[in-house]
Design a protein around this ligand. Structure first.
Ligand SMILES: [Zn+2]
Length: 606
């Protein structure tokens, strides 16, 4: 039953473009057809890709196309099962369908895997001459991307052994970390009662207006982490050591190399970006001084960083959200408005809050032959308007890239959030322009600035810490003091004397899951957010000529490497001046906040 009182009650998606219901016989028929085609595919292509004569361009092309068609059909069933499950996670029929489709998907993937492995097995010379064939041009990027990790693969027997041993090795330490951090209890007194909070409940208190509560939350956070310091230190130590060993065995030249390969970016470009971020830390320090004044404090403590400032944000109904988003998108481009309208009109959005429904928000873009679907939990909060705009940004990207084929559809991590964050920015800008109440405008601005800091600056700090940790580990095992020193050094460069770091902050590194599960993940956040800020700056500077190029970028989907696609937009992300545009945009927001707070418009140079 929809919850009464939310304006999004009754806003649900219509999944009948995919299948009629969970027991639609076409689901089973599609899976049968996929199995039949996969078997025929294996008979036809096994042993024909990796052999001394190497395949003809035509044979390879036909193979890739057939593989793509099977995966597309399978994707349709997989998406349907996933969306149905998200719409009501408690319903047993949906759970069963989801599980069955997952199992069949794995089985089919295993039957088809040989094709990719044979392509990887082909010697470089033969592969390169095939890649030069004009017939293969539409799949050149896809085929090249598959071969990226070729030099770093071990023998099949070694890979299998590692895979099994990792269950009691690095994956076991990952589980230990996950289970330890989710079992931690943070005892905190509120309203005269001591309650045990979880890690995320404790972190959420740092956004509360009551300063004493924020301080207590910060103290208990680091107290509890310190008590588990030994387990957290040994876990991280083991995982970094494991990475260093595997980097040697897999012939990676440095600890970031593996991540750069999957992100389709090189070390130089990432370093230039991080250096520009560091050179702009002064913008944040300047803002922290403003925020201290707004909070009536001589200096900000770390736990004041996310304290609310300005007036409370007004409520916003789903209908109003729709109007705001369409107006903001329409002001950018009529195409944007037209596409976004379809999402509302054709029921591609599930916004109401229901028991059993998946939490949070996401956009699913199954394939170019279909259209995207959006799930969110709309609570009539102005922040939710930005969430819908974010997911609609993804949706626009998925819709506009539908001219691509399935293998050229998705983008890598670094550019996957471009359209979503850009969409959010369009709506933020619109809301700020329309809002008359200066206190609400200040709250909107500060929220945006702090989000940008958390994504750009803080993730730069995290990346610098991680780099230092890997360097230190080469010299021997971690100690708690050594890690604390590396952590505080990276943080002090950012916060400088603008923010007081509490004593317990030496454990600030210890609960961050990315360090454990996906090393060097964090710089992709910096890249994604800064890219959009810089693009937004270009839009502001260039107007109409930018818009057409931006639409073309979305249409290109994942048909080429990010660097090549962005080059068509006139972006060179190796050029520090490009990244600086992003910081100019952040500085503009800080200047606006200062003006609103009655501050002089003078900013310290970065
Ligand atoms: Zn997103």
């Amino acid at each position: 039953m929809p919850r009464q009182g939310s304006s999004a009650a009754g806003i649900t998606w219509d999944l009948t473009d995919l299948f009629a219901s969970h027991d639609d016989p076409r689901i089973e028929a599609t899976l049968d057809e996929c199995r039949r085609r996969a078997d025929a595919f294996a008979v036809r292509y096994r042993g024909t890709i990796h052999w001394a004569g190497s395949p003809s361009a035509e044979a390879l092309l036909n193979g890739v196309k057939e593989l793509e068609a099977i995966q597309e059909a399978l994707g349709r069933v997989g998406t349907y099962a996933g969306l149905l499950y998200a719409s009501d996670t408690g319903r047993i029929e949906y759970q069963n369908l989801q599980q069955r489709v997952e199992e069949q998907g794995t089985d089919l993937a295993n039957r088809l895997l040989f094709f990719e492995l044979e392509w990887l097995g082909l010697e470089d010379g033969a592969a390169q001459s095939l890649l030069r064939e004009p017939a293969l041009a539409p799949y050149r990027h896809y085929l090249e991307t598959l071969r990226r990790f070729r030099l770093h693969k071990l023998s099949e027997a070694e890979e299998r052994l590692l895979n099994e041993k990792d269950n009691t090795g690095r994956r076991a330490f990952g589980r230990l970390f996950a289970e330890l951090t989710s079992s931690l209890a943070f005892p905190l007194e509120t309203d005269g009662q001591v309650r045990d909070l979880t890690l995320s409940e404790t972190l959420a208190l740092l956004y509360q207006p009551d300063r004493a509560l924020r301080r207590r939350a910060s103290e208990v956070l680091f107290d509890v982490l310190a008590r588990h310091g030994l387990a957290l230190t040994v876990t991280y130590d083991t995982l970094v050591q494991d990475h260093l060993v595997m980097d040697r065995l897999r012939r990676y030249p440095h600890p970031m190399a593996e991540r750069h390969l999957s992100n389709e970016i090189d070390h130089e470009a990432v370093e230039r970006m991080l250096e520009v971020a560091e050179a702009n830390y002064g913008i944040a320090q300047d803002y922290f001084a403003l925020k201290a004044r707004l909070l009536g404090l001589p200096r900000l403590a770390l736990y004041d960083q996310y304290a609310p400032v300005g007036g409370p944000l007004p409520a916003c109904t789903f209908d109003r959200a729709r109007e705001v988003i369409l107006a903001a998108f329409g002001a950018f481009s009529p195409v944007f408005r037209e596409v976004a309208e379809q999402f509302f009109a054709r029921q591609w959005i599930d916004a109401e809050i229901r028991k059993g429904k998946h939490g949070g928000a996401f956009c699913s873009s199954p394939s170019p032959a279909l259209h995207p679907y959006i799930l969110c939990n709309y609570t009539d909060n102005l922040r939710d308007v930005m969430t819908v705009a974010h997911e609609l940004g993804h949706g626009l990207h998925g819709w506009m890239a539908r001219k691509q084929t399935t293998f050229n559809y998705d983008t890598p991590l670094t550019t996957a959030e471009t359209a979503s964050v850009f969409g959010e920015f369009l709506v933020f800008d619109h809301l700020l322009r329309e809002e008359q109440d200066p206190a609400v405008r200040l709250a909107l601005l500060c929220g945006k600035i702090e989000d940008a800091f958390a994504t750009v600056f803080r993730q730069t700090v995290l990346t610098r810490f991680e780099q230092e940790a890997f360097t230190r580990r080469k010299g021997g095992r971690f100690t708690a003091d050594g890690l604390a020193q590396a952590w505080l050094t990276a943080n002090r460069r950012y916060y400088a004397d603008a923010v007081e770091l509490p004593e317990g902050y030496r454990w600030g590194w210890s609960y961050i899951p990315h360090f454990i599960h996906t090393r060097f993940y964090c710089y992709a956040y910096v890249f994604g957010e800064l890219l959009v800020l810089a693009l937004y700056r270009m839009y502001r500077e260039e107007g109409a000529t930018f818009i057409a190029r931006y639409l073309a970028l979305l249409e290109a989907g994942g048909s080429d490497a990010p660097e090549a696609l962005l080059a068509r937009l006139g972006v060179d992300f190796r050029d520090p001046a490009f990244w600086q545009k992003g910081f100019d945009e952040i500085r503009r927001l800080v200047t606006q906040a200062k003006a609103l707070a009655g501050e002089p418009r003078v900013l310290r140079a970065g």
